[in-house]
Design a protein around this ligand. Structure first.
Ligand code: SAM
Ligand code: SF4
Length: 359
């Protein structure tokens, strides 16, 4: 049964130099029309299940005005929720206000995900972000008055960033004492300003040193539970865990991906089509073989890996009978302990090269 919903809000007030996510410049009229279609899509698809998790991402959900957010929460009111639900909304630093946080609090939001990216003013400028480290600290302190469950997104491996720049970012994160951190190595995506300016990824040895530094510093306080994610125990992202545990979820909104009734689907990225209620773009039927493929490529992202008994109960076959599993265990890439098989910490950094064995 579907127990989770992702909702995409594609509007941004500022387009960052590295971002290839589905986003559109903020425009109030478009927001109104968009929310109208979003409501219709949800009414068409949602079957009144009690949900464990809702995640509103973007784009920038916090770019919406208070009026726009009120309309959005009118829509999310239609979702039934379990008692221990998690309801996350993504916010950008510059948008955060007391009024907004109070509105979140009054509308069942209980987790914030804040895109900080860096505390270094030069790097922030390079990434095209419109705030500085002083504002970050003020805004996060404000968020902490309303929420305990807060994630911060950080980007590293930025051109000209040194290990000591990164160390400073990590010290800042640790000082803020929040419950969850996501750290992403900068990807130079096509169709971005960085790509057009022919920026190249940083040296892979430095990237590896940075990854190790992040692990070393953050592991003192946080549990490294997924390749890019760290949390205080008990504050892992329940919503993202649904993805990594290969469970079904609704995806609503422009470009949103969902997984329902053995179909993985992606919505259109074309705003006009979406506003005409033509949501669908792609569908992939998930048979048993492809379900197993996803189980492996998603499950091995988690540091605890895949539970062997659960795998057998779900698929009626031993995980050892999957192609390449025994080879990867004997080569030391996978560790086989009593209950779980997981990626050797030493090779987590080259996770994609391991996962390719299951595609
Ligand atoms: C699509 S953004 C949406 C959140 C919000 N609008 C923001 O800007 O913080 C989600 C996260 O993905 C990460 N991200 C986006 N593009 C990236 C890239 N090219 N390389 C690495 N991380 C990226 C950033 O850390 C960002 O916070
Ligand atoms: S990183 Fe966030 S704010 Fe920047 S363009 Fe992408 S979605 Fe918008």
């Amino acid at each position: 049964m579907v127990k989770s919903a992702y909702i995409h809000i594609p509007f941004c007030k500022n387009i960052c130099s590295y971002c290839d996510f589905c986003k559109i410049y903020y425009n109030e009229k478009l927001v109104d029309n968009y929310l109208y279609s979003l409501e219709k899509e949800i009414k068409d698809k949602y079957e009144n299940e009690k949900l464990d998790t809702i995640y509103i991402g973007g784009g920038t959900p916090s770019a919406l005005s208070i009026k726009g957010l009120e309309k959005l929460f009118d829509i999310t009111k239609s979702f039934k929720l379990e008692d221990d639900y998690e309801f996350t909304i993504e916010c950008n630093i510059e948008d955060i206000t007391i009024d907004m946080l109070e509105l979140f609090k009054n509308n069942k939001v209980n987790r914030l995900s804040v895109g900080v990216q860096s505390f270094n003013n030069k790097i922030l400028k390079y990434l095209g972000r419109n705030y500085d480290s002083k504002i970050i600290k003020e805004k996060i302190m404000l968020c902490k008055k309303y929420f305990y469950n807060i994630n911060i997104d950080l980007i590293y491996a930025v051109n000209n960033q040194s290990l000591s720049d990164l160390e400073e970012d990590l010290n800042n994160i640790l000082d803020l004492n929040i419950s969850h951190v996501s750290c992403y190595s900068l990807i130079i995506e096509e169709h971005t300003k960085l790509y057009v300016n022919e920026v190249k990824p940083i040296d892979s040895d430095l990237d590896y040193e940075m990854y190790k530094l992040i692990n070393k510093k953050l592991s003192k306080k946080y549990n490294h539970y997924e390749v890019s994610n760290y949390s205080i125990p008990g504050y892992e992202s329940k919503h993202n865990l649904k993805y990594w545990m290969n469970e079904e979820y609704y995806g609503f909104g422009l470009s949103a991906a969902g997984y329902i009734c053995n179909v993985r689907y992606t919505n259109t990225r074309n705003l006009n089509k979406y506003l005409n209620n033509e949501y669908g773009l792609d569908k992939e039927i998930i048979d048993k073989k492809s379900k197993i493929k996803y189980e492996l490529i998603l499950g091995f992202r988690l540091t605890k890996g895949i539970n062997k008994d659960d795998f057998y109960k779900k698929y009626g076959i031993l995980i050892y009978d999957i192609d390449n599993i025994n080879k990867l265990i004997s080569q030391g890439y996978l560790i086989d302990d009593t209950q779980n098989i997981y990626v050797n910490e030493k090779y987590f950094y080259v996770l994609n090269d391991i996962l390719i064995n299951f595609v």
